[in-house]
Ligand binder design. Structure first.
Ligand code: FHN
Length: 449
């Protein structure tokens, strides 16, 4: 009968992966690159000669109340001719990063990929015409870097249906019929008239967001992560529809920002901060943080973080059992700003020597005063990596442990270190000068009692 044949030919859903199996690569990876890039980079945090005062430069349209038509006209000029996906992927890889999370669509609604759901995308709307997500996916596959997609599911400032737009529409700037300022002519508003407009948020999900999510999941090979953002204003039903779509791709890991609290995803996402160890016990988590002070490119950035800060943060995060997702914002030509590249190069140098202390490690539950203690369970024994930020001037490094230490060495060059037992643990004899002023790693092999 009809019913029987429908049952027989129905496509079975792929086998559900066990949670631990699915999370394994992510837990081992520890360090990833976040990339915030879209037409907002054309402003670089400056509008009409004024520096944007609050928020990341990717929020410039909202913060400076740039009319939709004007913003879209600006987006028409996006032509990042120096973008080279392989260069970006290799920048991440050489810094020791194992995955990239790329903003496929941020709150401005612009898709960095070819989309049939909205013409407001890099291929159909700009002279560049290249599918950036596709190029990135290919480069990531070539260099064995996992690729995840940031997708802002609840906001689209260029579409009346998009998320937070109602309030902004009352303010005028987000009204799609608002008049562009003088320096944009009707001619360079290209594509405007045929753009999608959704009447409501539901309509937006149906016509734009869900079709785009499907495009992302099907057109670019294996997707490692779906990274949602701003988890408000999405109905339970729509979130469930998205989750049902995701169920077809059991390998895809998701963060916790689809809809709170009923769609917790696979891991938590503290933003711009490293949580206290006691607040993130027995959960997977990832700190996302800027390498400067803005997610999107800011031409007047002055607060670049040093390699020392990044390396120490990475150690602290590893010691507390988390991942570090470090953000860069490429400029209008498609290139990561030089101070960020310089920092990542130094981080890479440290990682090439000391990566063993970061990858595939676990939280240690020991928080020494001079730095961090990171744990790795090996077949027979466990290893502690003591990452020393404040070097002991007397050459005596005190470490409290209830375990028996079999061997101590400097990770960088394998120099064996002598140690003596103390009532609470051991004292390790180390050189009086810190071999690495940022973080010297002492590797301890333990024999557990
Ligand atoms: O509003 C965004 C912001 O621009 C950026 O994308 C960050 C990254 O975590 N998420 C939002 C704020 O939570």
């Amino acid at each position: 009968t009809l019913t029987l044949s429908a049952t027989v030919f129905a496509q079975p859903l792929p086998k559900k992966l066990e949670h631990n199996e699915k999370m394994a690569w992510w837990r081992n990876a520890k360090f990833g690159m976040f990339v915030h890039w879209g037409p907002y980079c054309l402003y670089g945090g400056v509008y009409n000669g004024f520096n944007q005062r609050r928020g990341g430069a990717e929020w410039i349209m909202n913060r400076c109340k740039i009319p939709v038509r004007e913003y879209r006209a600006k987006a028409c000029t996006f032509n990042p001719v120096d973008f080279n996906a392989e260069e970006l992927v290799l920048t991440a890889k050489n810094a020791g990063m194992k995955y990239i999370i790329f903003t496929t669509k941020h709150h401005d609604g612009f898709a960095m990929f070819k989309s049939n759901a909205s013409e407001f995308n890099i291929v159909d709307y700009t002279p560049f015409k290249r599918d950036i997500v596709d190029e990135l996916a290919k480069a990531c596959r070539k260099h064995h870097i996992k690729l995840g997609f940031y997708y802002s599911q609840t906001q689209d400032w260029c579409n009346p249906g998009g998320g937070t737009i109602r309030k902004e529409m009352k303010e005028g700037w987000a009204n799609p019929d608002s008049v562009a300022i003088d320096n944009f002519t009707q001619e360079n508003l290209g594509g405007w008239d045929c753009l999608q407009r959704s009447a409501s948020l539901d309509d937006y999900f149906r016509k734009v967001a869900i079709p785009q999510i499907k495009e992302l999941l099907t057109n670019y090979g294996d997707v490692a992560v779906m990274w949602w953002d701003t988890p408000h204003r999405i109905s339970k039903e729509t979130a469930a529809e998205i989750t049902a779509e995701l169920a077809k791709y059991p390998q895809v890991i998701t963060n916790d920002r689809l809809r709170r609290p009923d769609f917790p995803g696979d891991y938590k996402t503290p933003e711009g901060r490293i949580p206290h160890a006691k607040d993130i016990e027995r959960v997977d988590w990832e700190t996302c943080m800027n390498i400067g002070s803005s997610w999107g490119y800011k031409s007047w950035e002055k607060n670049w973080k040093s390699a020392e800060t990044i390396i120490r943060n990475l150690n602290t995060i590893a010691a507390r059992g988390g991942n570090y997702l470090l953000n860069v914002g490429p400029d209008p030509t498609g290139v990561v700003p030089a101070p960020a590249l310089d920092c990542l190069r130094k981080v890479g140098e440290w990682m090439r020597v000391n990566g063993e202390a970061i990858y595939a490690t676990q939280r240690s539950e020991i928080f020494p005063p001079w730095g961090e203690c990171i744990r790795k369970d090996e077949k027979k024994n466990s290893v502690y990596y003591l990452s020393v930020f404040q070097w002991p001037e007397d050459g005596k490094l005190a470490f409290d442990t209830k375990y028996t230490v079999k061997e101590a060495m400097l990770l960088a060059d394998g120099t064996k270190l002598k140690f003596t037992k103390t009532p609470g643990g051991i004292t390790i004899q180390v050189p009086t000068q810190a071999p690495d002023k940022i973080a010297t790693v002492v590797r301890l092999e333990l024999k557990e009692k």
